[in-house]
Design a protein around this ligand. Structure first.
Ligand code: NCD
Ligand code: ZN
Length: 346
């Protein structure tokens, strides 16, 4: 039996939802992760510091007793966001990032930003106070092919923005392309990227070949194999600019298994087992701690966790539930498509 002990990991991009779904999914994260950057795309979204404080209370109330977990709250950037509220949120220790969703890019993003010009005063304030901007890096222009949206965003939105405001710290979230990886690697400062569990494992064939697989559909959509390989190389390199953001995004099964299914993959249950498998495959188990436990806190200006996590490679396959049963309904758990032998044992 092989074991691996690392600092306790954090998740730098997580959807916890609200109400019964929140209550049904939170333990899957808090069982393994000490902290998580909480996405603000609720209905209605978390737009002010007081919304975020109230949402944090609901998360803490849903936490199973005995679980220690720190939700790191974010604000959903809109064209009406007030820079003073953002600054007050950061000063109070509640707000750890502001999230930019280009309007229409993904689930619950219709209230997002249409015109970057209108949010420049907020971004300037964030640059001044050192608050990171988390970016959903896809353009939404209908003419741009869905598989090209990340690359076009880098060229037409992100690079001009970073030239204009080089002091702004930007997290390119859920990077899915070699273009994204190369862009992050080429930057000298103030840019980092999170990578999801599933983008290290699936490519677009997994979604489309042999029948459409709604539980592999997420945004940004998985790309061709060469991009998956670039993501694996980046994640397992130890490069401090890349860290884990699962983008675990639970949707009830009927909302995914229908004519217009929602984007989002629920990976919180088996993420650490999947990652240990991927890192072992790449001969890089010794880099898992950097990716899951060290690089993220360093980027967000926090200390790494003192507690540890032990992963054990078992002789027999680890079994995970295929569905998470919540009071609101069933949510399908990510199937990596191969048996998992690494288990969280301590
Ligand atoms: C996310 C969701 O469901 O909220 N979906 C997804 O496919 N990742 C939104 C997002 O992060 O794009
Ligand atoms: Zn997300």
């Amino acid at each position: 039996m092989k074991t691996l002990t690392i600092r306790r990991p954090d998740d730098w991009h997580l959807h916890l939802r609200d109400g019964e779904v929140l209550k049904g999914v939170i333990a899957d994260t808090s069982a393994h992760f000490a902290r998580a950057i909480i996405m603000p795309n609720l209905v209605p979204p978390v737009v002010t510091t007081s919304d975020a404080a109230a949402y944090r209370e609901r998360i803490m109330a849903a936490l199973p007793s005995g679980h220690r977990f720190e939700p790191l709250m974010t604000l959903y950037l809109t064209e009406h966001t007030n820079p003073d509220d953002v600054e007050a949120g950061k000063k109070s220790g509640l707000i750890h990032a502001v999230k930019l969703y280009p309007a229409g890019a993904t689930t619950n993003s219709h209230g997002g930003v249409r015109n970057l010009e209108k949010v420049m005063p907020v971004l300037e304030r964030m640059a001044k106070i050192g608050l990171p901007l988390c970016v959903h890096g896809e353009v939404t222009t209908p003419e741009v092919d869905i598989f090209d949206r990340e690359a076009v965003f880098i060229e037409t939105v992100l690079e001009p923005l970073r030239k204009r405001l080089p002091e702004l710290k930007v997290t390119m979230e859920h990077v899915t392309t070699s273009d994204g990886v190369n862009y992050i690697k080429s930057s000298k400062a103030n840019l980092a990227g999170s990578i999801t569990t599933h983008h290290l494992i699936i490519n677009r064939n997994d979604i489309l070949v042999g029948g459409i697989k709604p539980h592999y559909y997420c945004l940004p959509v998985a790309k061709r194999e060469s991009h998956r390989l670039a993501l694996r190389a980046a994640a397992t390199s130890g490069d401090s600019r890349f860290f884990l953001g699962t983008d675990s995004a639970p949707h009830l099964d009927p909302l995914k298994e229908c004519a217009c299914g929602c984007a989002g993959i629920y990976t919180s249950v088996n993420t650490m087992s999947c990652l240990a498998h991927v890192f072992e495959d790449e001969g890089a188990l010794n880099k898992l701690e950097a990716f899951a436990s060290l690089n993220g806190p360093a980027w967000y200006g926090l200390a790494a966790n003192e507690q540890t996590m032990t992963l054990t490679k078992q002789e027999t396959q680890v079994s995970f539930p295929s569905k998470r049963d919540t009071a609101a309904g069933l949510i399908t758990v990510f199937d990596p498509g191969f048996p998992l032998f690494w288990n969280v044992t301590g």
